[in-house]
Unconditional design. Structure first.
Length: 134
């Protein structure tokens, strides 16, 4: 059961990652080559998805992601967004893992609401206007 809680903590903690991904990163900070990075930048700019995010905006976004969780999980989610707990990993390595440990009694754990995580479909890729498929 402890493993499930840690996995949930990792998944919820990783939800703050898109805010970091929107910051101005160089190709030396990512695993993309120069050409792929430029293509990703153009695609995001064309869709209006690329914008600078302040630390306050990133925090607000993270707290909004926690808002839909049941109270049992929401408190821990908010504490991770606010910087509590341990952080490991890197953006280049595939993501930041934020972990916090909360001790609960076996009864609390048995009565905890279950969360079913469903994969989210990827939106279809769109080419910028005037380009032909390769």
């Amino acid at each position: 059961m402890k493993k499930k809680i840690l996995v949930l903590a990792a998944l919820v903690g990783s939800m703050t990652l898109p805010a970091f991904a929107q910051s101005e990163m160089t190709t030396s900070q990512t695993n993309l080559d120069q050409r792929a990075a430029a293509q990703e930048r153009r695609a995001a700019s064309a869709k209006g998805q690329l914008s600078a995010v302040t630390a306050d905006q990133a925090r607000t976004n993270g707290l909004q992601r926690c808002a839909n969780l049941p109270a049992f999980y929401k408190v821990d989610c908010e504490s991770r967004v606010n910087g509590q707990g341990a952080v490991s990993g890197s953006v280049v390595g595939g993501g930041l893992i934020k972990e916090s440990v909360t001790q609960v009694s076996p009864d609390e754990l048995r009565n905890a609401p279950r969360i079913e995580l469903k994969p989210q479909p990827e939106p279809p890729m769109q080419r910028p206007r005037g380009t032909a498929p390769r």
